[in-house]
Write a protein that binds this ligand. Structure first.
Ligand SMILES: Nc1ncnc2c1ncn2[C@@H]1O[C@H](COP(=O)(O)O)[C@@H](O)[C@H]1OP(=O)(O)O
Ligand SMILES: [Mg+2]
Length: 345
């Protein structure tokens, strides 16, 4: 790859390619059927796909950009296994390589960059999707036949919803400079491909001042549709949803997938009034959403910082919207008392 291409553009192009490779690892681990699930903390799981996809991304990026600080969700002593040679990806997306470099980012050096990697956002949805994919079709029918109270319609919708969970899974690579997310990649390994011939997923990228690519963003819905967690709710999260006066609430997995819903016009605001998300969950989604004209902050309206020494947890939740007006609307609806509760946790 030519070094005459500005660093940030090269890094984004490399991240697009390696995210696709990591997505293939995520699918391969699922196909082999041995997920190797470990509970890292309460309700916080890790699988072989998280571990291998992270090793692929970090080894590939650090071999090309040795001075960049790369921080991954699965950075821990249990994740120091070998990196297969065919995981090492030094390709760079050709379309991204042709992008103009934003003026503010022209002179930056590797040392100024921190990359936040979530190799598999939506681990709970990945493991639940696996449950239905793995089960032998005959076992499934036996389950139906031996439970006469389960109607065929109910059974089919259960199957559908479990398959659907896999679309919530994403690979996230967020690029920050001077503590601010400036570029990012969201790769969806199972985009419209469960049971179909398309086995490549899709990759969406964003770059500050330039915009987003990989798909065309859609305008927001006409009424207020909120997207939020399906697996990490609690009474404070529910209270913050209630006050929004929304016409519909979508409950889906993963920070990456929720931001995709905003960009695709399926929802207009993402509300999560709880700790739980970490810097690697929000860096790439925030960069892409901002490049598309949206805004992502905590529930108090403050920006998260993405310097290497920042604490990993996003303790004061997530509030994101497709534009500043909707963000402001949602911010004003959240009661002061709820904001204080989160700030003092
Ligand atoms: N309580 C929690 N414990 C662990 N991870 C959480 C928690 N809440 C949120 N997350 C992370 O933030 C993402 C978005 O949250 P949610 O799906 O609940 O909206 C999750 O996919 C998960 O990332 P990951 O799947 O990478 O561990
Ligand atoms: Mg995550």
């Amino acid at each position: 790859m030519s070094t005459s291409v500005p660093l940030i553009v090269r890094l984004l192009a490399s991240s697009v390619s390696v995210a696709g490779r990591a997505g293939k690892i995520v699918r391969d681990v699922m196909s082999k059927g041995e997920l190797g699930i470990v509970e890292k903390a309460k309700d916080d799981y890790q699988t072989e796909a998280d571990r291998s996809a992270q090793r692929c991304i970090i080894a590939s990026l650090s071999s090309q950009y040795p001075k960049i600080n790369i921080i991954g969700e699965e950075d821990n002593p249990d994740n120091e296994g070998d990196v297969c040679s065919d995981w090492l990806t030094i390709d760079a997306d050709k379309e991204v390589l042709c992008l103009e470099c934003p003026s503010e980012l022209q002179g930056i050096k590797e040392e100024d960059i921190v990359v936040w990697v979530d190799p598999l956002d939506g681990t709970s949805e990945y493991t639940q999707g696996a449950l239905m994919l793995k089960r032998d079709p005959w076992e499934r029918w036996k389950m139906y036949l031996t439970h006469p109270l389960i109607s065929i319609k109910w059974y089919l919708s259960l199957l559908q919803s479990h398959y659907g969970f896999l679309e919530h899974v994403t690979v996230l690579i967020g690029i920050s400079v001077n503590e601010k997310p400036v570029a990012g990649v969201i790769h969806q390994p199972y985009y419209k491909n469960v049971g179909s011939e398309n086995k490549t997923g899709r990759t969406i990228w964003g770059l500050q001042e330039i915009g987003v690519g990989g798909f065309t963003p859609a305008p927001p819905p006409n009424s207020l549709i909120i997207t939020t967690t399906r697996s990490h709710s609690n009474p404070v999260v529910e209270k913050a949803l209630q006050v929004m006066n929304a016409s519909q609430i979508l409950r889906v997995g993963g920070a990456g997938f929720k931001v995709l819903q905003l960009l695709e016009g399926k929802a207009s605001v993402y509300v999560f009034a709880s700790p739980g998300c970490k810097k690697w969950d929000t860096c790439a989604p925030e960069a892409i959403l901002s490049a598309a004209g949206g805004k992502l902050t905590d529930i108090l309206g403050h920006n998260y910082k993405y310097g290497a020494s920042e604490p990993r947890p996003n303790k004061t939740g997530v509030l994101a919207a497709v534009n500043a007006d909707l963000h402001n609307y949602a911010l004003n609806r959240i009661p002061q008392e709820l904001k204080e509760k989160l700030a003092n946790k």
